[in-house]
Design a binder for this molecule. Structure first.
Ligand code: G3P
Length: 214
């Protein structure tokens, strides 16, 4: 499973990249708004640090404007993936932009039908938001299971990005579904490394090593 970082914070992105396991980054207007940097400069900088796709979200609402905005975002760097919220205008823009070779990440996916339509329009990625479904008492991971099955049934090449991840168990569940990618907040990535028994074990090994005659 590929690991993306769900942030626009450069320090977090540089840190995760230094671990050698970062495959991409997803941003959105909310994440970008938290950073004190000019939008285009920030995106260019992120794209220079990350080896894989960096999703950058459009804010237009009409297909014509989405197409223009998407083309502009794609010009910022070779590894920009243009994020477009699922809607009729977004599907029209996805068809045109993906036809031009621009990678689209269809976002705010909350149903399998939305994912199916986006895949048919040629999107490179779909982003089901599982945490937000859990928040309203729907099992978010069931949606990922359905999308995995549908894409496998028809051989869609669209990759599934499990998004709106809130805790390490979400990552385990995402991996068990066979989803292609999990986009993870840095705080969750950090927790994934840790286990109290590992800490206790390391402490004991170091203590015992100090007693070894050398
Ligand atoms: O990539 C965007 C998505 O992960 C949003 O997460 O926590 O705002 O629901 P959240």
């Amino acid at each position: 499973m590929k690991i993306f970082l769900d942030t626009a914070n450069l320090e977090q992105i540089k840190e995760a990249a230094s671990w050698g396991l970062l495959d991409g980054v997803t941003t959105n207007p909310t994440l970008v708004s938290k950073e004190n940097m000019k939008f285009e400069d920030l995106i260019k900088k992120i794209c220079s640090v990350v080896p894989g796709p960096v999703s950058v979200e459009c804010v237009s609402t009409k297909a014509k404007d989405l197409i223009e905005e998407g083309r502009g975002l794609a010009k910022l760097a070779d590894n920009v993936a243009v994020k477009i919220p699922i809607c009729v205008e977004g599907l029209k823009a996805t068809k045109v932009l993906s036809g031009e070779g621009i990678k689209i990440n269809t976002t705010l996916i909350f149903s399998s039908n939305q994912a199916l339509l986006a895949a048919k329009a040629g999107t490179a990625f779909v982003s089901p938001f599982i945490g937000r479904l859990d928040d309203i008492s729907h099992e978010g991971m069931n949606l990922v299971d359905e999308i995995v099955a549908i894409f496998n049934n028809y051989g869609f090449e669209t990759e599934i990005i499990v998004a709106s991840i809130r805790h390490p168990l979400h990552v385990v569940e995402a991996a068990l579904t066979g989803a292609d990618i999990a986009t993870i907040p840095f705080s969750v990535l950090d927790k994934m490394v840790k286990h109290p028994l590992t800490d206790i074990g390391m402490e004991k090994f170091l203590k015992d090593w100090s007693k070894v005659k050398r």
